[in-house]
Ligand binder design. Structure first.
Ligand code: NAD
Length: 245
């Protein structure tokens, strides 16, 4: 049984660091990116999620993000988020590195979460730098297609990493440090196709750590993993946590 093997790995290969991607949130109703039904099947990321597209036509990029903001604020953590928070609480998980911007790990109770692609927690004015919390941005979006700064009229941008932008330096450095120090890197719900995040599994393995992957579809790193579980994250992590807690 995969959960039993995963539980044994988590128990024996400490510290366990978790790396999550969009696949950990699909059971909360949030589509992922690269699955056949993913977001990029419908939207061209360079047209709707790149910094060039935002500079060219912020209203068009906001037409992509506004419904996502609504969906993300209505979503609830699922069994996978809750299991990871419980495993952190019990001392089995050191930290979560996530590519997700949906705040669901934090809402499930996880405390040490490194958001390498930023999050919808705030949006910032491109002109004066003023920061706006999610609730204010949602309110502004009800009045205008591209929210503008109340102070200076500049256009707001979600504090999310767009294609063509660098990841927050502190976040990717901390993620890399955690990967190197991990006894086990547990990847959950990521296609591991986007660098630099996709480089983390090899940092763990090259530093002598072990790799486990829970992902519905195959990833380029399955061959480097000691355990690969091609199954749903919620069910797998709930069963694993039940064996450890
Ligand atoms: P992804 O869509 O590339 O991969 C998700 C993986 O999760 C897939 O391989 C799929 O098989 C798996 N999966 C889906 N549902 C699952 C479930 N219930 N249980 C187990 N596995 C499941 O997403 P990713 O790996 O996070 O890719 C990184 C992405 O970061 C890039 O596609 C890039 O576009 C994106 N990105 C996102 C944001 C953001 O808004 N979150 C910001 C910048 C970049």
């Amino acid at each position: 049984m995969s959960a039993a093997r995963l539980a044994e790995l988590i128990r024996d290969a400490q510290p366990c660091v978790v790396l999550t991607g969009a696949g950990v949130s699909t059971e909360s109703g949030i589509p992922d990116f690269r699955s056949p039904t993913g977001i990029w099947a419908e939207f061209d990321p360079l047209e709707y999620a790149s910094i060039e597209a935002f500079r060219r036509d912020p209203a068009k990029v906001w037409s992509f993000y506004a419904p996502r903001f609504a969906m993300l604020t209505e979503a609830e953590p699922n069994d996978a988020h809750r299991a990871l928070a419980a495993l952190e609480e019990a001392g089995y998980v050191r930290a979560i590195v996530t590519q997700n911007i949906d705040l669901l790990h934090e809402r499930a109770g996880s405390r040490d979460v490194i958001e390498v692609h930023g999050s919808i927690r705030t949006s910032s004015c491109r002109a004066c730098g003023a920061s706006y919390p999610l609730a204010e941005v949602v309110a502004l979006l009800e009045r205008e297609p591209a929210p503008s700064c109340v102070a200076c009229g500049g256009v707001l941008k979600p504090d999310v990493v767009f294609f063509g932008e660098l990841l927050p330096e502190w976040a990717i450095e901390r993620a890399s440090e955690l990967a190197r120090e991990a006894g086990l890197l547990l990847v959950v719900g990521s296609s591991l196709e986007v660098y630099p995040v996709a480089g983390l599994p090899l940092e763990t393995v090259q530093a002598g750590g072990r790799l486990a992957i829970v992902n519905r579809d195959p990833t380029p790193f399955d061959g480097d993993a000691e355990l690969v579980v091609h199954a749903a994250a919620g069910e797998t992590l709930r069963a694993t946590a039940d064996l450890l807690l």
